[in-house]
Every structure is written in C-alpha cells, then in structure tokens.
Design a protein around this ligand. Structure first.
Ligand code: FES
Length: 127
C-alpha cells in the first residue's frame, strides 16, 4: 500500500514539474483567411475587349486601374488574386466594379443589392 502511495505521489510531482516547466503556449496563428474585397465602384465598367488578348480583372478592389489589376492585392489584400481571362473575340462588355458579382468578371446586377448599396465606397490612397 505504501508503495502504491509513493508511486502516485511521484507521478503527481512529475506532472507538477512538467506543467511548471512546460513551454509557453504558441503565439496565436495569423489568419490565413482571404481578404474581403472593398467596393471601388457601385456601377459596372463598360470595357471594349479585344479577342485573344489577356486581361486581369481586379478582385480585391484596391487597384487604381479599375476594373483591371495593378498589383495592389500583393500589399493590401493578401489572399486575393486577379481573375485572368481571355475573350475569344472582340466585345463590348460590362465588367463588375463592386467586386461582388457571382459571374466574374462580368456584372450580374449584384451591385443593386443592399449590402453593396450601403457599403462604404473605397477611395485608393498612395500608401
Ligand atoms: S458592378 Fe458588381 S455586379 Fe454589377
């Protein structure tokens, strides 16, 4: 019986020491969730596209060359990247400016929904 008590006390001391000397909890992980796009325009952009030419449509809303990408996502919206597309033929289209279309890169009327209408309009800055 005394051997059993001694073993259990030894185990308790061992656990107490491990807790005391255990390393601190790791720092909280940085979120890897993609950024949400900002709303640079509440209207679509009319664009005359050339067939066979490659375009990069801005998905983050931070570009100063709307509706096209200028690389701003690399610094302001990590996790988002431009949508690259290649029209088959010349066409005049309406490219989404609110960045919430369900048919990217084309406007589908989502900009008329309340969450876009009431959203703050993004103004690009130099920083
Ligand atoms: S401008 Fe985005 S859906 Fe029309």
């Amino acid at each position: 019986m005394s051997t059993l008590v001694a073993k259990s006390q030894h185990r308790w001391v061992g656990l107490a020491l491990r807790r005391r000397w255990a390393p601190a909890a790791p720092p909280p992980a940085i979120s890897t969730l993609p950024s949400e796009p900002v709303v640079p325009s509440k209207q679509p952009f009319k664009a005359e596209l050339q067939g066979g030419k490659r375009y990069s449509w801005c998905t983050c809303g931070h570009s100063k060359k709307q509706p096209f990408c200028d690389g701003a996502h690399k610094f302001k919206a990590r996790g988002l990247s431009p949508l690259r597309f290649l029209p088959e033929k010349d066409a005049t289209v309406w490219l989404c400016g609110c960045k919430y279309t369900n048919n990217p890169p084309y406007c589908d009327g989502t900009h008329k929904q309340d969450f876009v209408v009431s959203a703050a309009l993004y103004e690009p800055t130099d920083s």
